[in-house]
Design a protein around this ligand. Sequence first.
Ligand SMILES: C[S@@+](CC[C@H](N)C(=O)[O-])C[C@H]1O[C@@H](n2cnc3c(N)ncnc32)[C@H](O)[C@@H]1O
Length: 263
Amino acid sequence: MGLLRPAVEDVQARHPNAVMVDAGSGNAYLGFVLYELFLKNADSGALLSIEGRPELTERAQGRAQRLGFTRMQFQTAHIDTATYPERIHLLMALHACDTATDDALVAAIRHGADHVAVVPCCQAEVAAQLKEKRPVVASSGSMSLLYAHAWHRREFGSHLTNVIRALTLEAFGYQVTVTELTGWEHSLKNELILGRRVHRENRRARAQLERLLAETGVTPKLTRELGVKPTAAAGGTVSSTEAPESPGPASSEPAPASAGSEA
Ligand SMILES: C[S@@+](CC[C@H](N)C(=O)[O-])C[C@H]1O[C@@H](n2cnc3c(N)ncnc32)[C@H](O)[C@@H]1O
């Protein structure tokens, strides 16, 4: 909650009818705490929990009714085919399995979310792609040694997936922070990716992303869904001076008015 608070307070300050979405909500523990702290005493604003397992949705819905949390809504659906409000203000996905985190990020980007907060879970897709494909970088060095063993492939695939997720958010105009969620004794899947939309797009990050996809040969669901294609670098590797931590104005389009105010 401490990590989410700035995002929640920001959307509540700017959007009286802020819509928050919890994708892959499970028992909706995150939603209940969030509602208790930020929505219960607010006049408006809603929280939509999306969960694929109907028994979890029903149980959480009953609990919300008992608590009188009337602006808590539930939908049994897959994250990629769920019905979303036209505009999402904050999207969260806590331990949404494998590509479900990608589906959540796609929904956030397509629905103009001001803030996103995802903690990815188990990841298999990119590790499988690394096994199938021969990355371009491997031909010029020893990069493939990083994932020759299945165990390393899983870890490297997981890392690469999250790097691509963070870079994709940047390419679509988000300022990104990657940090630790909690102590390792609670979860090994502990990487929190926070995004705050500050531009419409970031062309420099987009070029870096396209190059990374080309050099690694992977095509995760996130970039497939968003139509980001790999593009080989004209002149070799990415220099560190081309890779600032946050998007600079020179390479970025400002966010549309709807990203900063109620459209
Ligand atoms: C590890 S649990 C986390 C639940 C909750 N976010 C939490 O942190 O307590 C992952 C949840 O995401 C749901 N899930 C996984 N993939 C999904 C998808 N594609 N669409 C909807 N729900 C999904 C699972 O059914 C499960 O309840």
